[in-house]
Design a protein around this ligand. Sequence first.
Ligand code: GLA
Length: 381
Amino acid sequence: MLDELQEAFIAHFGEPPQHVIRAPGRVNLIGEHTDYNHGFVLPCAIEQHTLVALSPRTDNTVCTLALDYERELDTFRLGESFTSNTHQAWANYVRGVVCALQDRDFSLRGCNIAIIGNIPQGAGLSSSAALEVGVAKALAVDNDLAVSNLTLAQVGQAAENDFVGCHCGIMDQLICTSAAVGTATLIDCKDFTLKPVNMPSDLSLLLVNSNVRRGLVDSEYNDRREQCERAAAMCGVSSLRDVPLQEFQVNRQAMEPLVAKRAQHVLEENERTLLAATALQNNDIEQLSQLMSASHLSMKHLFEITVPPVDFLVDQIGEILGSHGGVRMTGGGFGGCVVALAPAELLDDIVARVEDTYYSHTGLQASIYTSAPAGGAVSIQ
Ligand code: GLA
């Protein structure tokens, strides 16, 4: 990928890039739809990543070349007010990041950018966060900005909230900036503390993409967020993080049943996430397996963000894993990937089972990837 990026950069802009940033995708092991409720999440960065190459220009133009979108170009000028690009959705991640940096009073010079990546898109593996963080970090390096990992993550999140229109939380961008190799990270999304947790070296990270096309994701996502905020308001607080489970049991009678179900998922998922971090640390795979399974069922029945092909994959893989590993849907939902932590000796059986059953049951082909817990975004040139 790097060679292809360098060649395309030279072909379009007439010189090699001055900076190249590598920004990883992520998989969330547990703690789904808890981040925007200021709760706990347990993601890790993955090896699949996005590369962002950048060189400064002498004018105030930002010109971006997207290698994965048939080498489309997007051009706009700094200093003038620019809006979202209605024809090229990918360009809004770049525009949004520039806008969010300028909103925070960081001054930027014009630049040429080229982007390439191998994170499957629309699969719940945060290809968008990798793009946002990669661009933000490249701009930070080029303009010598003193920005923390948290600020970079918040810039990426703001781009997505304000320019793309998905009211996502901070998890994806924060793990992308801050992950440490070989670990998952327990993130407290209330105070942004990060606790690395070693991943057991005898478990492999398997990602199975259901290849269900995720329609209406953003509106379903934003609906869930709004339902959670309503539940918190009914408990007299601004976020569900501040509602103890017992207090919720009292208040739930007054809530619409749908809103109560959403809140129950979030509150219990927070508890599961803390327990899962401890289980991972203690290499207690049986406990981890139970928690991941309970998380999936809660996403299916209470938060209602899974779809039948994804449930099918989880059931099939779960039958093979038993208590020797964990499996659940990962990410925002309505399709995308299943994550499995599996002992190496069961990998072949899992792959065979998916190949034997998934297409005949759903009419869809699954894509299977192995990965490993990777580090956060870095300058590689
Ligand atoms: C998406 C969002 C995250 C998080 C997850 C669900 O990935 O970008 O902020 O809310 O969904 O856990």
